[in-house]
Structures are given as C-alpha cells and as structure tokens.
Write a protein that binds this ligand. Structure first.
Ligand code: KG4
Ligand code: ZN
Length: 349
C-alpha cells in the first residue's frame, strides 16, 4: 500500500511517499523560514501562497525519487489541522483534488499525530505503550500513547509552547525567526549560571507547563543590559540560561510523567526535540532511571511530509477507513483528543 503524505500546516511544505511494505520511499521538503525571517515571524497569507507554489513540484520530486507513477498511489494523507487556516486549505484542496483525479481515497490527519508517531519511523522504534513529550512551536504536551489512535493527554502548556519560548526569547536577543536553533547556537558559548531564571511550574505536582513568565524574565534582563553592556557576551550567557530553564522543566516533567505512567519508554517529538542540550540532559537523567528515550531522525523532528504519509499508512493498517475524495474541511484549532480512540476497538473497515 503506497500512501502519499502532504503537510502544509505552517511554514514548511512537505510531501512524501510511504510504502507499508517497503518503508519510506521518498520525501521532499521546502522550508519558507527565510521568507518569513524578514518579518520576524510567519505571515499566514505569504505562507498560503508559497504552499501553492511548492506542492506540485515537490510531488513531482517524490514521484521521481521513488521512481513511482502517480497511478500507483493508494491513498492521500494530509494535515487537516491544527495550523494556519489558509495554509491548511492549500494542502487539503491539493490532496483532495489529486485524490479525486486519481480516483483514490483520502485520510485527513491531525498534525500532532504525525509528530507523535514519527519516532516509529526510525530503525529501532519504540514499542507501545510509551509516553510522548510533544514539543513544537505551537504545542507542548505530554501524552500516553497506547497504540495508533490511542492517545491520553497527561499535561500540556497553559500558555506559551516550549518552541514559542525559544523563539520569543531569541527575538528579544535580536535573533532571526525561527530563533530556537539560533538561540541554541548562542547558548553553546554561554554560561547558564550567570543568570538565574525561573523554572515555571517545576514543582506543581502535575504535568502542565507554563513558559510565558520565562519570556518576561528574559525581557527584563534584556531591557536592563542591552543599553549599557560593553559587548554582547551576556547574550550567550542569557541564551544559555534560557535554554537551561526550558530543558530542566521539560526533562523534569517528562520523566515524572513516564514514571507515573509506570513506563520505561519516552518518545520526544516536535521541533524542540532537535535541541542538543535537551537530548544531553534527558540522556543523562534517563540512563540513571532505567528509562529509554527515543527520538525521530533529526530531519523528521521539525514539520515534514514523511510523518504524515507514515501516520496515514499506520492508520490504514490499523483499520481506519479512509474517506472518498471531494468534500473537506480544515481544523485550524483541533485538540488531539478529538482523534484519540483505539482504532482497533472500531473493528475492521
Ligand atoms: O514541530 P515544528 O517544526 O513546528 C511546529 O509544529 O510548530 O517546531 C518548530 C519549533 C520552533 O519553535 C523552533 O524554534 C523549534 O521548534 N526548534 C528548536 C530547535 N530546532 C527547532 N528549538 C530549540 N532548539 C533547536 N535546535
Ligand atoms: Zn509541527
């Protein structure tokens, strides 16, 4: 079974082909980051227009890479939400139109389900059940994942997402968008001990997060130092302290949730999962506690089409019935709980 995956929820256009027998056949990605950097953040209208430009060439590229014919595709999976409404509409209408032309069904999917299942794409995938720490630009959630389509929310952010905390702090430090990876690079040269930043909700006793206070603390330091500092070395230290705060809270809560769920497998997914300091600290702490951490391949941490093609194939194999092509609706705001129910319980299609 060959599934085409289409991702267009934000500022990355991703297209991929996943074969249920042969694995990932091809994937192609176009990032609009450079275009949005000029504006300091994603401009939704520009994002939608750019997805329109990229989808058909990316589809041609994956078909060529896989040496496959469009006629051999069995279903089209695409991101139905959450995300930017216009950007989602581009991917959804392209996917539905293509499926209609090919006479094949579609699978509208939840973006976070793609992230959640992406670690299963790696060579040594975790077995179900596991706890997943989803850390992206828009979401920070801890989930218990019992199987495909069986997700239980354990905790989530009450305000900013971890990626947002990275990006907003980076902006305060004068870095381009998306600032997460740039802040991480500055942090490599800094000393986290120089500034004492808050660890929001660290000891709240639940699995929720809050990062907006951290951003305010970073702003206070920037406003104090920027006008008078003799050089920019403090920026490295502040980046390092910001990263240390986010990493400590994420690590503490993820491990507590894994222990509370009585599990030994923790999966980290979403763009912030690419952060090297997070990986280092999680690695050091989990080894001691007998917990194993799984990550998607680096290229599948941030938004991509492979995770959508793969989630689509897993859904089909688990018995989810695809829909006939044609009518569709996107879901810009959409809790993952809306698609969480054991697929197997519904019985075969
Ligand atoms: O999953 P993703 O690509 O998109 C969303 O669905 O939001 O995540 C993007 C987020 C951005 O906030 C970006 O700054 C952050 O992931 N990010 C990082 C790193 N790489 C990406 N944050 C910290 N360190 C990184 N190395
Ligand atoms: Zn994402």
């Amino acid at each position: 079974m060959l599934v085409l995956g289409i991702e267009s929820s934000c500022d990355e256009t991703g297209v991929a082909l996943y074969d249920s027998e042969r694995g990932l056949r091809a994937h192609a990605l176009y990032s609009q980051a450079a275009m949005h950097a000029e504006y300091g953040g994603v401009v939704p209208e520009l994002a939608s227009r750019d997805h329109i430009r990229r989808l058909a060439p990316l589809l041609r590229a994956v078909l060529e890479q896989a040496q496959a014919d469009a006629g051999s595709i069995d279903a089209v999976a695409y991101t139905q939400g959450p995300g930017l409404a216009g950007a989602l509409l581009v991917g959804a209408s392209f996917a539905e139109g293509l499926a209609m032309a090919l006479g094949i069904p579609t699978l509208p999917l939840h973006h976070l389900e793609g992230h959640l299942l992406s670690p299963l794409l790696c060579a040594d995938p975790p077995a179900f059940p596991f706890v997943a720490l989803l850390v992206s630009g828009g979401h920070t959630q801890l989930m218990r994942v019992a199987g495909v389509g069986d997700y239980e929310l354990l905790g989530e952010t009450l305000d900013d997402a971890a990626g947002e905390a990275f990006d907003k702090s980076a902006k305060l430090l004068g870095l381009d968008y998306p600032g997460g990876p740039l802040l991480a690079r500055l942090a490599d040269h800094g000393n986290a001990e120089v500034f004492s930043l808050p660890r929001p909700l660290l000891h709240s006793g639940d699995f929720n997060f809050s990062f907006s206070g951290l951003k305010t603390a970073v702003r206070t330091v920037v406003e104090r130092l920027a006008p008078s500092a003799p050089d920019e070395a403090w920026k490295d230290d502040l980046a390092s302290a910001t990263q240390a705060s986010i990493v400590e809270v994420l690590t503490h809560k993820a491990l507590a949730a894994t222990r509370a769920a009585g599990l030994q497998r923790l999966v980290v997914a979403g763009g912030v999962g690419a952060n090297r300091e997070l990986r280092r600290v999680l690695g050091a702490n989990t080894a001691r506690q007998g917990i194993r951490v799984f990550y998607p391949e680096l290229e599948f941490c941030t938004d991509n089409g492979a995770m959508i093609a793969f989630a689509g194939a897993l859904r089909l194999m688990a018995g989810t019935t695809p829909k006939p092509p044609g009518a569709f609706a996107v879901q810009p705001r959409w809790p993952l709980s809306a698609v969480s129910q054991p697929v197997a319980a519904k019985g075969p299609p």
